[in-house]
Write a protein that binds this ligand. Structure first.
Ligand code: CA
Length: 223
């Protein structure tokens, strides 16, 4: 369930239809009056929150969400007017996960929503992942390959975790771009190759488990 708080009816409709067409359940609010109460009763998976609202504004609602134990971790995307970058900054400082400026395209909107949901899914899973002789402590973000700790960058780490979660499957560069970089922009797939190369190197002999699938992408496979 995704909650939308937006006072402009046409924007509320655009957001609602875009999300429903992508298979999400939604509930929309015209202002903040019953919103916090509803969040406490039934916390959503994500909130799309307009900043300029009649009555209490979005930043103030965000502050309240972050104060309650049951709502502090709900991902929030704030929506700000184009000429108000300051609001976006304040929103991110106030604990928003992302922001989008009006006017926005439906594709961009959906891709932001997906990216934020994915990130929150990843953060929820606190566990140790194992594949072959690679061990990932997902709480402490520590990676060991054959018992040796590897210093990975954030993206290399995410790439590795994504590959372990999808081991045995061929992942195209475009798919990895979506899963790791959170973007549907397929033009920069060379970025994926560069990160794979450096990840392999850092994993030492365990890096050999990352197989190149010619003309397609990569696959993590035990030797
Ligand atoms: Ca507004």
């Amino acid at each position: 369930m995704i909650y939308i708080v937006e006072d402009e009816e046409n924007i509320r409709d655009i957001e609602s239809y875009a999300l429903m067409n992508s298979g999400y359940d939604i509930k929309s609010f015209e202002d903040g009056r019953n919103f916090i109460g509803q969040c406490l009763i039934l916390p959503p998976e994500l909130i799309v929150l307009d900043i300029m609202l009649p009555g209490e504004d979005g930043l103030s609602l965000l502050r309240q969400l972050r104060q309650h134990k049951s709502t502090e971790k709900i991902p929030v995307i704030i929506v700000s007017a184009r000429d108000s970058e300051l609001d976006a900054v304040k929103g991110l400082d106030g604990g928003a996960d992302d922001y989008i400026t009006k006017p926005f395209g439906v594709m961009e909107f959906i891709s932001r929503v997906r990216a934020v949901l994915r990130r929150s899914e990843t953060e929820k899973s606190e566990e140790t992942l194992k594949f072959g002789d690679i061990e990932v402590d997902d709480c402490r973000h520590v990676v060991k390959a054959a018992g040796q700790e590897c210093a990975l960058t954030f993206k290399e780490y995410k790439l590795l975790v994504t590959m372990i979660r999808n081991h045995g499957l061929v992942l195209s560069r475009e798919r990895l771009m979506q899963l790791v970089w959170g973007t549907d922009f397929a033009g920069e797939t060379r970025t994926v190759d560069m990160h794979i190369t450096s990840l392999r190197k850092k994993l030492g002999s365990s890096g050999g488990m990352i197989k190149t699938i010619r003309n397609v992408g990569y696959k993590l496979e035990e030797r």
